[in-house]
Design a protein around this ligand. Structure first.
Ligand code: ZN
Length: 313
């Protein structure tokens, strides 16, 4: 079976202080905290998931907050920007909002027919709010501080920086079923599945840029969507058969995952849509309590005592 992810599942990045991270993504960007859990490999630290009301695949940005972590460096072999889709015509409103909140941002620009407002989260992670003329029909989370006619619809695209983009482009098109959708100014846009917001990756050629360093304010990995477990199993076999070093299937509680590096060095994951975030708490209560996987539940008291306090606004 050909490997054919339909778009982005989630992006995972590294933050410093967890409270500052929660305050920014909930109160400034207006996302929903859809899961409060721990890093399964380091359960004395949080893993925070933001998204739309249900944490739909394609809406999710997650963080490993490490208090006191040094800042990373944007560079090659790295996902350098995470783009969110917002409604056409909303960027002026967003620029005012960011200014009022004291958020570092850039003047909006038009790039490849889309209006783009770049900003930086409190750890220096580069984000973009992208208003595309191609309609994004995904419903927003409307119970946050951002009105529905301006709210984030989900992920739009990720931008990867590469010293030499050709091997990355070949992996995307020859192994993962992407197609080249646009190119110009050293930027190559690839689309997965039906394309459109949430199914895009921009590969930017930056041969003179330094190598990226993953730490606070940088992206750790990008996850692509697999519809179900059988697809993931057969995709894994196909990737292994083509010589790619792929991890075994790992249980991430809210999805099942495999990981591999693209030739430029960016860590890719393929994550299943199932079982989703309502597997251990109802949609109405997502993010309200600390959720632990069954294998960590016996250690809840010790884990809770070690975690910093987190106030959910
Ligand atoms: Zn992931």
């Amino acid at each position: 079976m050909d490997v054919r992810p339909s778009g982005l599942h989630h992006v995972t990045a590294i933050a410093g202080d967890p409270q500052r991270n929660v305050d920014f993504y909930l109160q400034v960007l207006g996302l929903r905290l859809v899961k409060r859990t721990v890093n399964f490999d380091a359960p004395d630290t949080y893993h925070l998931y933001y998204g739309d009301e249900a944490g739909t695949p394609g809406s999710i940005l997650t963080f490993f907050p490490w208090p006191g972590a040094p800042r990373g460096r944007r560079g090659t072999g790295q996902t350098t920007t995470v783009g969110f889709s917002v409604p056409e015509g909303s960027l002026g409103w967003w620029a005012d909002r960011l200014r009022a909140a004291g958020v570092e941002s850039e003047e909006p620009v038009t790039r490849a027919g889309e209006d783009v407002l770049a900003l930086y989260d409190p750890d220096g992670l580069r984000l973009e709010l992208v208003a595309s003329p191609s309609p994004d029909t995904r419903p927003p989370w409307e119970s946050g501080p951002v009105p529905g006619d301006r709210a984030v619809r989900g992920l739009h695209a990720v931008t990867m920086s590469e010293g030499g983009p050709d091997p990355t482009a070949a992996l995307l098109t020859d192994r993962l079923g992407f197609r080249l959708a646009d190119e110009g100014d050293g930027r190559f846009r690839f689309a997965a599945g039906d394309g459109g917001p949430g199914a895009l990756v921009d590969v930017v050629a930056q041969p003179a840029a330094p190598r990226g360093l993953v730490a606070a304010g940088t992206v750790h990995h990008v996850a692509w969507r697999a519809p179900d477990d059988p697809a993931q199993e057969s995709w894994r076999s196909a990737l292994v058969a083509s010589g790619i070093d792929v991890t075994p299937i790992l249980d991430r509680r809210y999805f099942h995952s495999i990981y591999f590096r693209e030739p430029g060095g960016v860590l890719f994951e393929i994550a299943t849509d199932n079982p989703g975030f309502a597997t251990d708490e109802p949609v109405a209560e997502l993010g309200t309590g600390l959720r632990l996987p069954p294998w960590l539940e016996p250690e809840r008291a010790r884990i809770e005592a070690a975690l910093p306090e987190l106030k959910i606004p």
